[in-house]
Design a protein around this ligand. Structure first.
Ligand SMILES: Cc1cc2nc3c(=O)[nH]c(=O)nc-3n(C[C@H](O)[C@H](O)[C@H](O)COP(=O)(O)OP(=O)(O)OC[C@H]3O[C@@H](n4cnc5c(N)ncnc54)[C@H](O)[C@@H]3O)c2cc1C
Length: 463
């Protein structure tokens, strides 16, 4: 293995090319360090899952030009506690929330642009700021800023090893090269694109998962940290997975892969059998459980079955549904036993009670007496053409993370720290997000801890 010449040695290495890595690289460069950023992907695919984002959640005490109202620390923390069920390091969570306050100004000053909250996102309009041009524009702006500050960017530079111990950081491994530096920021996301690793927890079912984001988030540097003795936090067997259209590409389909028909019909597995209450709660509160529910079904596939009445009630999916004028014809289209599907829908239709559909509220229109009742928005499925959307588990991110302290320093399992080794973004988000998810919070964590990690890594390197 060859070493990079020492006269080229930089102060700070940043592993990754998404939002957290870019915030770290920019902060380290602004603090005066010579920075090299190592991005596993080619230039065209740079930016990891951050390319796919739409918004960032941040604390603010009044309405602004892009926000409809205040979103104060306590409300933010309450929201976080609710989704995590208290599985969070409260001190780090509060730090993250407080430091998110100037995230928008900081990003704006570095070329990132925002837009007023979009219609249809009302529940987010006072808490989340939307990136103009989405995540791709954000990533492009931060790369441009980093390069202007002199950050050296290397593409197709996948880090497979990280040499460090209680005495400090030595080098990272890229191909057959050892790249030394005084400090390192690991900001290379989770391991959601590493199907063999996911198989350790999910078994062969993981082969059928669709990865909503980057194929480059394979978790090699997280694994290297783990093998080097860094302490891990977060459930290694859990991932955030939503139900997405099963026809999208295996990787990188992004936000358009979503499918919103579930509450307005019934969901059946490939045996034609229902397996969960489709009307348990509003879709934004429930869409994240359906990925895991489908992962447990045979073949990791399910079908949302609706009729013509339901079509206007949700945003259309990227692909048109399978359709037929009869239930048995629809079953044939999707390869489900017609008799089984007809029985499921016959039983369901017969069990629907009286009521008037109201999609704005939990309307109590429900079935009665089924093994699994549908408890809201239940109407007979009786108006052709009938439609079926095939849905599969779409994995967003994994929870396993490197444990850090308030200065983003990686903790060793013996209770010490790894001097010169810092972590930011998804790779450490399990410290704060032990379970569940809060829309826009991935970007909050990446921006806040990216900035901290970059600044601290520069301070360490230059001291
Ligand atoms: C479809 C979709 C929509 C989302 N929408 C939102 C949203 O609107 N708001 C929000 O807050 N969050 C959203 N998220 C979550 C959000 O994308 C993540 O929380 C956030 O991007 C994490 O940032 P990061 O920098 O830690 O990781 P990433 O942006 O994923 O970046 C990881 C980087 O590391 C690189 N890399 C990986 N392994 C290596 C290696 N071994 N060596 C070198 N480089 C490596 C990758 O190529 C990539 O550049 C969404 C996720 C998806 C998939």
């Amino acid at each position: 293995m060859r070493s990079s010449p020492s006269n080229n040695q930089c102060d700070v290495l940043v592993v990754g090319g998404g939002n957290a890595a870019l915030c770290a690289a920019v902060s380290a460069a602004e603090a005066g360090a010579a920075v090299t950023l190592l991005e596993a992907s080619p230039r065209e695919f740079r930016g990891g899952n951050s390319r796919h984002v739409r918004n960032i959640r941040y604390m603010h005490n009044a309405a602004t030009d892009i926000m409809t109202g205040p979103y104060a620390e306590d409300e933010f923390l309450d929201d976080l506690m609710r989704v995590t069920g208290g599985k969070t390091d409260e001190a780090l969570a509060r730090q993250c929330i407080r430091l998110s306050e100037d995230a928008i100004d900081w990003m704006r000053a570095r070329g990132v642009r925002f837009q007023p909250a979009l219609g249809g996102t009302l529940q987010l309009s006072h808490s989340n700021a939307f990136f103009l041009g989405g995540g791709k524009a954000l990533v492009n702006a931060l790369f441009a800023c980093a390069e202007k500050l002199g950050v050296a960017v290397r593409y197709e530079a996948e880090v497979t090893g990280l040499a460090f111990d209680e005495n400090g950081f030595r080098h990272v491994v890229v191909g057959d090269e050892q790249i030394p530096a005084k400090s390192v920021v690991a900001a290379s996301g989770g391991f959601e694109a590493n199907i063999p690793w996911l198989t350790e927890a999910w078994g062969p079912a993981a082969e059928n998962f669709i990865v909503r984001g980057s194929p480059f988030n394979t978790g090699h540097s997280l694994r290297a940290l783990m093998e080097g003795g860094a302490e891990m936090i977060g459930d290694p067997t859990q991932c955030h997975a939503v139900a997405i259209d099963a026809r999208v590409p295996k990787f990188d389909a992004g936000i358009v892969s979503r499918s919103d028909s579930v509450p307005f019909g019934v969901m059946v597995n490939r045996d034609g059998v229902r397996f969960y209450d489709e009307g348990e709660d509003f879709w934004p509160k429930r869409y994240a459980i359906w990925g895991r529910l489908i992962a447990k079904q045979p073949g990791q596939i399910a079908y949302s079955i609706i009729d013509a009445k339901a079509v206007p009630l949700f945003m259309p999916s990227i692909y048109p549904p399978h359709t037929s004028d009869t239930i048995s014809g629809l079953a044939g289209e999707i390869g489900v036993d017609p008799a089984a599907l007809e029985k499921t829908l016959g039983d369901y239709n017969a069990a629907v009670g009286p009521g008037t559909l109201d999609t704005e509220i939990l309307d109590g229109c429900r079935t009665v007496g089924l093994a699994i009742d549908k408890t809201n928005w239940a109407r007979p499925i009786d108006t052709p053409p009938y439609c079926a959307y095939p849905l599969a588990p779409g994995i967003t991110f994994t929870y396993l993370s490197a444990r850090i302290d308030a200065a983003a320093r990686v903790q060793m399992s013996g209770g010490t720290i790894a001097p010169g080794v810092y972590a930011a973004g998804e790779l450490m988000s399990g410290n704060i997000l032990g379970q569940g998810y809060l829309a826009g919070f991935g970007m909050t964590i990446g921006t806040v801890f990216g900035r901290i990690a970059g600044r601290e890594a520069a301070g360490y390197a230059l001291k």
